[in-house]
Design a protein around this ligand. Sequence first.
Ligand code: GLN
Length: 410
Amino acid sequence: MQTPIPDYLDELLDSLRGDTSGARAGYIPELANANPDLFAMAVTTATGSTYAAGDAQAEFSIQSISKPFAYAAAIMDRGLPTVLASIGVEPSGEAFNELSLEPGTNRPRNPMINAGAITAHGLLVGPDADPEARVDRALRLFSQLAGRQLRVDENVCVSELETADHNLAMAHMLRSYGILADDPHEVVTGYTRQCSILVTVTDLSMMAATLANGGVQPRTRERIMDPATARQVMSVMAVAGMYDGAGDWLTRVGIPAKSGVAGGLVGVLPDQVGIGAFSPRLDEHGNSQRAKRAFERLSSDMGMHLFAPSHGRLDVVGVQREGTREVFSLQGNVQFTAAAELLDLMAESTATGQVHVDISRVYSFTDVARRMTLEGLRRLRLDGRRVFLDDPLQALADPDLGDGTYPETP
Ligand code: GLN
């Protein structure tokens, strides 16, 4: 059998392709030339499975999505107290390119607006760092998080620097207030290079899944940051990632997220998944219109919301061979992540004998996990296998396989 998740993502993208509203970012000439029809999405689970759909190979500049990850690097390099002394953690309620300084301290309100992100870039590595070293630091960290070597798109960088007066003006203001220590031109150049790093939706999903895991890259299993740093970054994304629409986004969609003007959108659900989406046309807030809608659908279809009940990883999956039978077992409160793992294990199976799904130690299924589990059983039966369900606690009430038939009881 094949896991149905890529089909689901394909269908999700297809349902939104007709939305051609919005416009490419106009203020960076190179972005105004992007192919507006590109559309892609990828989901990486905390256990390291990636599902991608659409133009998943397309590379685009990371832009403002670099901000949460550069903030993480600044915390790792300088310590949280030093970073907090220069950049706040309050929502600004304003657009990404507003100065939004806190009265009294003159700190930028948060690291997700440009003023805060320029300040965070200036903190990288250490005091008096070489401008080149700061960009290398960002590039190295982003590559580790993505699990592959990334690179800077020089054309995008040059193109943005030609029109960077607004960011330069902000950097000069920050320097005049003593928030920025270094030369404003050098810091804005470095920040712009950081924004020009090329990524795919799969890279973004992997970077976010590392945050979801509390700092462990799900594929390489490398610890890249400590859990407290990952928590700080996810919290700030929840508070300020969507700028002036942050509250509406958090309540409705519930996936802490960060957008970029090239059309990327990254999202994270702790313990569960990292999500990347991309399409170049932007809404009036500078967020990708289709990527935003793709997240909205994922959230409602998959029950993925930060404050949905039992969002912790309280589930375990396993598979065992017993003679010619294969036993898949689940434990705990089963939600999307465990069900996806179960479907992967089922998809990898090359056995031909009986299939047993043992859920005698499952406390509950989320609605989507229930549907995914039954769909796996249905597909295995279509493959010609006899399927059994061991469910003494009735965790899967009415396990109809979708055609009025039921798995056998052992
Ligand atoms: N490099 C862009 C800027 O500084 C990033 C903005 C964004 O993606 N929202 O304007």
